[in-house]
Design a protein. Structure first.
Length: 313
């Protein structure tokens, strides 16, 4: 587990390892940008308007020009076909703000031969792909503590640039996002392995949700972490320090390991449930598109649940 640190992580050797990891991520980010676009393209959805006039990109209807309003809204092509002057109206789109956190701490670099990607690469790919889908759907997205909420079509590149700058100052070592309270009617998406102590994860969720913000936690796991397929003499290395653990018969630890992992996940799941947040598990030996589609549906379902009372009032 990430909290099993036997040596001081501020040790110079550990710092050097973290710096190497940061540089490695910076080199891989261009490829992850491409991967995020490819995954998003498989789950692409259109802009969902609210079927009322307002600010947006989707055409709704033509209506007669009203004296006194700005002439810049006149659609001259449509007006030329009639003896009246018409205005082009667009659908009103309720832009929501969604904050996306991608865990880039050292434990996320783990990858086994059974996985398609490291946990880190999968989290970053899913986070950027989710941001791209949400922006195309008319939402604003940002990284808590790192960027403001943006609605630009180049959101994947913006996220990549922000993460590269953050890596240079050591920000990527944080396991959890800031626990600052988010505004009401916003959503948070937290993507990581969440191997921190459950009480720390619960404090983060409760802090972010203190003003009523809703959210989703997507736990990323390598298949080896799920099955613990180790036998015989095995040496385990702590990714957050230079600590090592040698065991004579790894198989004897399997049952206890699986029980502790299940208890840890139950505690994290309960922390989410207590604030009305959703929880999901995604393994890195499965397609990223499957997790992205599920995440998109959960975000949209929660947006609909939040908007329904206001629209029915």
């Amino acid at each position: 587990m990430a909290d099993a640190r036997l040596l001081d992580p501020s040790d110079s050797g550990v710092d050097a390892r973290h710096q190497t990891g940061a540089l490695d991520l910076a080199r891989r980010l261009p490829a992850l940008v491409v991967s995020a676009r490819e995954v998003a393209a498989t789950v692409m959805h259109g802009v969902h308007g609210r079927r009322r006039a307002g600010v947006g990109e989707t055409f709704w209807q033509f209506r007669p020009f009203v004296w006194g309003e700005s002439t810049t809204r006149i659609d001259w092509r449509r007006s030329a076909r009639d003896d009246r002057v018409y205005v082009r109206e667009r659908e009103w789109e309720a832009a929501h703000t969604v904050w996306i956190w991608m865990d880039r701490s050292p434990s996320m670099a783990f990858v086994s031969s059974l996985a398609m990607q490291s946990k880190l690469d999968r989290a970053v790919t899913l986070g950027m792909a989710t941001a791209d889908l949400l922006v195309r759907g008319g939402e604003r997205v940002g990284i808590p503590g790192l960027t403001r909420a943006l609605a630009t079509r180049g959101i994947i590149e913006r996220f990549a640039e922000a993460m590269i700058l953050d890596e240079r100052v050591g920000g990527g070592a944080r396991e959890l996002p800031p626990a600052d309270a988010l505004a009401p009617r916003t959503q948070a998406i937290l993507i990581g392995d969440f191997l921190s102590p459950p009480d720390e994860i619960a404090r983060t969720i409760h802090g972010m949700a203190a003003r009523g913000a809703m959210g989703h936690l997507l736990m990323i796991a390598d298949p080896v972490e799920e099955t613990f397929p180790f036998d015989g003499h095995t040496e385990f290395l702590d990714v957050d320090s230079s600590a090592r653990l040698r065991v004579g018969e790894a198989r004897s630890f399997r049952a206890e390991y699986i029980a502790r992992l299940a208890a840890h996940r139950d505690a994290v799941r309960e922390a989410c449930r207590s604030r009305g947040w959703t929880f999901a598990l995604h393994r890195t030996d499965r397609p990223a598109s499957r997790a992205l589609l599920d995440l998109r549906l959960r975000v949209e379902a929660m947006q609909g649940a939040v908007a329904a009372p206001a629209e029915g009032a």
